[in-house]
Design a protein around this ligand. Structure first.
Ligand code: MEV
Length: 323
């Protein structure tokens, strides 16, 4: 690899329990998954700095001082500006972003891109940040696209593994569900996290008591889920996933297609299923205690022209890929 190149990757995530309530300070449980976003930074051959994201914009390379940049790039421009401002360094560079994580479906792709980019760009300027600093700056950038993110997405992407997250405080939750199979089903319905989080906020302001009741139910589910995960009690984890999905339906963040997917999985051997992330489309996660049943469920979902795959977890958070 070119000596003037830095390359970092960061993982996507699934929220196992507690999405939405987590924005209001309630706890949630999430784990990093083995799909990664990569950010490479290299010396620019031109007199300008650029960014390219082939997954989003094919071959287009954007000049970073070009105004206005597409909406999708404003948070990344914020990262660039923050790093340049903090380090008072001057040299031109090209950033290339590549991601295995499908975007806008609740798997944490934007957080993973932000985390990988903070790490690669700061390292390019010879100032490696520690994990806390990477997470903090990535979280600041997420605020630009998601208005008031809880911080769970950037945290899980930075640190990896399984975590219990409450009000910005992280507790490592090294659960082993090695006897289980978690299937991710992508409904392929893209949605905007910001819109759904804002819809919940509006409801919260209008009907605080009933929304708090839903959040309290989710809180109890998360507490029971922590124990079930530690005990590797698969039937209980499955039951709690289904309960959590129902609470999210009560919150009106599900989607009829997601509910149908959950029903089909229930009838085909799943121990429990739920939407993951903001909802309104995006992905469902489903728990199985049997490999054949998990494989059959994947087949059924693929026959319905959905994406479905077995998820594998990772303990690796942000990772240096340059050598
Ligand atoms: C997004 O992955 C999950 C939400 O809880 C929002 C957040 O935590 O920032 C919906």
């Amino acid at each position: 690899m070119d000596v003037n190149t830095t390359e970092f990757s960061a993982p996507g995530k699934i929220i196992l329990f507690g999405e939405h309530a987590v924005v209001y300070g309630y706890p949630a449980i999430a784990t990093a998954i083995d799909l990664r976003a990569k950010s490479s930074v290299l010396d620019s051959s031109k007199q300008i700095s650029t960014i390219s994201i082939p997954d989003l914009f094919q071959k287009k390379q954007f000049e970073l001082n070009q105004t206005p940049l597409p909406q999708e790039l404003t948070a990344l421009k914020f990262i660039v500006d923050s790093i340049l401002r903090n380090f008072e360094l001057k040299k031109n560079f090209d950033i290339k972003i590549a991601s295995q994580i499908p975007s806008s479906v609740g798997l944490g792709s934007s957080a993973a891109v932000s985390v990988a980019m903070v790490a690669s760009l700061s390292s390019f300027f010879g100032k490696s940040l520690n994990l806390e600093e990477i997470n903090k700056l990535a979280h600041e950038s997420e605020k630009i696209i998601h208005s008031f993110p809880s911080g769970i997405d950037t945290t899980i992407s930075t640190y990896g593994g399984g975590i219990y997250y409450e009000n910005g405080v992280i507790r490592e939750l090294p659960f082993r569900i090695s006897s289980a199979y978690v299937v991710i089903i992508n409904s392929l319905i893209k949605r905007n996290t910001k819109d759904i989080v804002e819809k919940v906020k509006k409801k919260y302001e209008e009907k605080q008591n009933s929304i708090k009741e839903i959040f309290n139910n989710i809180h109890e589910i998360v507490i029971d889920a922590e124990k079930a995960l530690i005990d590797e009690n698969l039937p209980e984890i499955g039951k709690l996933m289904s309960l959590n999905h129902n609470s999210l339906k009560d919150l009106d963040v599900s989607h009829e297609v997601l509910d149908k997917i959950v029903n089909v999985l229930d009838k085909n051997g799943a121990l429990g299923s739920k939407l993951t992330g903001a909802g309104g489309g995006g992905c469902v996660i489903s728990l199985f205690d049997d490999f054949t049943k998990a494989k059959d469920a994947i087949k059924i979902m693929k026959e319905k022209n959905l994406q479905a795959f077995l998820s594998t977890f990772t303990t690796d958070g942000v990772r240096n890929e340059s050598n």
